[in-house]
Design a protein around this ligand. Structure first.
Ligand SMILES: NC(=O)c1ccc[n+]([C@@H]2O[C@H](COP(=O)([O-])OP(=O)(O)OC[C@H]3O[C@@H](n4cnc5c(N)ncnc54)[C@H](OP(=O)(O)O)[C@@H]3O)[C@@H](O)[C@H]2O)c1
Length: 336
């Protein structure tokens, strides 16, 4: 079968290889991949910033949708014909995470989904809602669950809360859509006025251009009558976290998600102490949370925002788009 594999660090080392089709073992399923979506994390992987000990060659990409075409012995959760999405933390089913959940994500130490077929444990597969297209279903797992787990399962977001999302990437737009659908007021930031206009059409109430207003935290405080926002999805990291601490309300929650601006941060501890701020690390979420999220998406008929769809043979163009920063999810159609 064909698979896009990383043969060394560096995006130029993503190669289309012919490799043997895998066979499902006990508790596993063989999935014929229909579509995958990219995450910033895929860039971290090929840049060598996610796992410096990556072993090559390794098939890339974590998020996918496909059809179960065969199952191994004792596989009971899925059956041939099911349309399924992948769960990012393949060993995390429920409860509290171990410290190593993200290690076992697809395309890291187990093969990824940018291939014609994938064998995966049945505990890392969830049935995709029927109302979603393949492109939309592929967009959901990592970014959608990260926003959902942060806001709903760990943040208890409710109608009337104010949620701030940073930039218009995958996690942030899912955060915007989920928060708005649950009745929260959303403040969206972006480097682009055009993207902010699109964020408004998705349900953002307020927008801030962080390039024109680098001290966006003051604007967020003004928009909340100086009280501060209830939830912040911190996808930027680095020095941005100190701004989030200024913008959060007393006892509000900052979900530490991304490291776009840096892996380390110096933060004003006195601000955290005075506000009793909750600073919570997030590593995507477990299978059960993915299933709950898919059920809620089905109920609300929420549709992921797709930036662009690329063909399997043109996969490098999708990674070019990832480097540019799209609006929403970048999808690769694996099978027509
Ligand atoms: N911890 C977890 O479980 C988890 C899960 C998923 C993702 N992540 C991390 O979260 C981050 C975002 O991932 P993603 O896949 O959503 O990324 P993405 O789709 O590639 O989006 C990146 C977006 O970030 C925005 N951005 C860049 N610099 C910014 C800044 N200084 N302030 C505000 N926004 C800025 C840009 O939006 P504009 O173009 O609108 O400016 C850009 O389009 C990454 O660091 C990723 O590794 C972590």
């Amino acid at each position: 079968m064909k698979a896009w594999q990383l043969t060394a660090f560096g995006r130029e080392n993503l190669k289309l290889n012919d490799i043997p089709q895998p066979t499902p073992g006990p508790g596993e399923a063989l999935v014929r991949i229909s579509a995958v979506s990219l995450n910033y994390r895929d860039k971290l992987i090929y840049d060598g910033n996610y796992n410096p000990h990556l072993e090559f060659p390794i098939t890339q990409v974590a998020d996918a949708v496909g059809e179960v075409v065969a199952v191994g012995p004792n596989t009971t959760r899925v059956k041939p014909g099911d349309r399924v999405v992948t769960s990012y933390c393949t060993r995390w089913i429920d409860g509290e995470p171990s410290a190593k959940e993200t290690l076992y994500s697809l395309g890291n130490i187990i093969p990824g989904a940018l291939a014609e077929y994938l064998v995966l444990t049945e505990n890392a597969l969830a049935v995709a809602p029927a109302y979603l297209t393949d492109e939309e279903a592929a967009a959901l797992p990592c970014a959608g669950l990260t926003a959902w787990y942060s806001l709903v399962e760990k943040g208890d977001v409710k109608s009337g809360d104010t949620v701030l999302v940073q930039g218009t990437g995958g996690v942030s737009l899912f955060g915007l859509q989920i928060a708005a659908a649950l009745g929260a007021t959303v403040i969206a930031t972006s480097s682009s006025d055009d993207k902010l206009a699109r964020a408004k059409s998705l349900g953002a109430t307020h927008t801030i251009n962080y390039k024109k207003t680098p001290d966006w935290e003051n604007e967020a405080l003004a928009l909340t009558n100086k009280r501060g926002v209830d939830h912040i999805l911190e996808v930027v990291g680095g020095s941005n976290l100190a701004r989030s601490i200024k913008a959060i309300r007393p006892e509000g929650q900052i979900s530490i998600i991304g490291i776009i601006d840096g892996f380390d941060a110096t933060i004003p501890l006195f601000g955290v102490i005075q506000k009793h701020a909750v600073i919570r690390g997030i590593s995507v979420g477990p299978l059960r949370a993915l299933e709950r999220m898919l059920a809620k998406f089905d109920e609300l008929k929420l549709r992921p925002v797709i930036d662009s769809v690329h063909s399997f043979n043109d996969a490098p163009k999708a990674f070019d788009r990832l480097e540019q920063g799209g609006f929403g999810k970048i999808v690769i159609r694996v099978r027509d």
